[in-house]
Design a protein around this ligand. Sequence first.
Ligand code: M6R
Length: 594
Amino acid sequence: MCGIVGIVSESKDCLKKLQEGLCALEYRGYDSAGITFFVNNKFKTIKNVGSPKELFDGLDLKVKSNVGIAHTRWATHGKPDKVNAHPHLSEKGLFSVVHNGIIENYRELKDSLLSGVNFKSQTDSEVISNLLEYFYSGDVLSAIKNVTKVLDGCYALAIMCKDDKDKIYFARKNMSLLIGINNNERYLSSDLSAFSKECDTYLTLPNNSYGFIQKNKEEIFNFNNEKVCVKVENIENKAFLTKQGKFNYFMEKEIYEIKAVLQDTILCFKENKFNFKDKEFFQNIKYIKIIACGTSYHASLVGEKLFDSLGIMSNAEIASEFIYRKPYLPENTLAIFVSQSGETADTLAAIKVAKSLGAKTLGITNVKNSAVDRECDESIYLHAGVEKAVASTKAYNAQVLTFYLLKNILQKPQNKEAEFIDVLEQNIKKLNIKTMHKNILPVVALVKNSKNIFVVGRNFDYITSLEASLKIKEITYLNCEGFAAGELKHGTLALIETNSVVIAYITEKNLIDKTLNIVAQAKSRGAKIVIISQFNLKKLVAVSDYFIKLANFSEQFMPIVSIIPIQLLAYETSLALKHNPDKPRNLAKSVTVE
Ligand code: M6R
């Protein structure tokens, strides 16, 4: 959603560090950005429409300052313009606040406690700085305490007060906030990627906490006003600090990382299985419910089929649907929550519902210490490394592989694990992303000029088609639908006309002819046909305008990698249409509001 970074430092180069930190958080939202810092003992606030980079391009980074907060926004309340950009100053200018989250009762607060205030923006966030000013009588902590009592909703806040030139205050409720620790320097940030390379340790602020950072210490209180100690952790994996390198965009880099991610995932599994606290966690599981959003939901559909094939009744559901009905979860249900970011609001709400229905909960997430990780009884980590492009790629492949590993654990009698892992490893070795990339280039012009794209497949290929169509829509803005191949004739075939594009996945041998029938029907109505398959058969090549050959991955594991050509095709088409694939319009990386 939005990204927050704050720095209190002994050195006076905080603008440079805020620039680096905010640019690293840009993937969380990029429609406007802003900063407040102390200079000559006064607040200086600058805001801009556009990305953090554009904000800092217009700033003199040599200005000496050692305290500042910055924010990159994904608009929810109020359009993306300079006035609505954060930080928000209080009316008398005593407080400057950046906010991630949503204040649900902001209208009521405006009409009651803050009825005399002249608000400048359309945001919910502006009430926070004004409430601080309303409650302030010389003690910032007690003002924050009072503010937390009247705010409904969720928030991560970084707060500067004009009277306190060496501190940044904070508060968090249901939104992540971390403190990065360096010698004579403290960072406050939405995630690890904003910390400087020198930070070796950090701590995760507990939910419902507030406090402050100074250059060499932090103080944290819970909402009962008790001081709390939080375990300091080492930043083990600094891979998140890696830059785009030789790649033009993060999305391209992340697709090229898929092979290493899959290898890492298997390595970690071999080393410690899933290393659960409760060694009996999977005992007596009778039913598996898998809940997620977007790409993670598509990976969950693979999980559903895999578990079903073991004879464990299983079902995947979209989180925002699950929470607004009256779901029934039988006794001995395992509820699995899949989330790359671990912060998706709908998924978090679903965890609450599942827990209230008595299910055991398991998170599958890429982010250790994320809300999903904290809320679930047990967690499995994806080992995909930080994913910055809004369109999820390598995390999907890691999620699907994780379901295969999980299936192997649940299988009774257990599969010969060494053999299973060996076959998987041999398959992954065969992956050549560069070749896949080259192979899809001829199809870009066709897709780019099409108004109507359909991706079809059966069984696992149907799931891949759903994910493929999301990838294409998300970063090309072209109309693209994923369909079960057999469903096309039940209505949607009416849309097929000359120059429609039908991309058909055919990776299951026993379904080749069945899917080909549908392809032939679409072709005879004028559609251009792209077939993606590992089977280099004459009949497939003959019917297709473009044939994309998949690596000879064994059929049973194909869903782990079959999406890659479309990840690359979506990326290249987005570039051909002059979009920025890393930052699609209207979207943000983690959707932390319902
Ligand atoms: O972080 P999560 O996996 O919970 O995010 C869920 C969706 O918002 C996410 O997968 C979204 O659909 C992606 N942008 C798709 O590429």
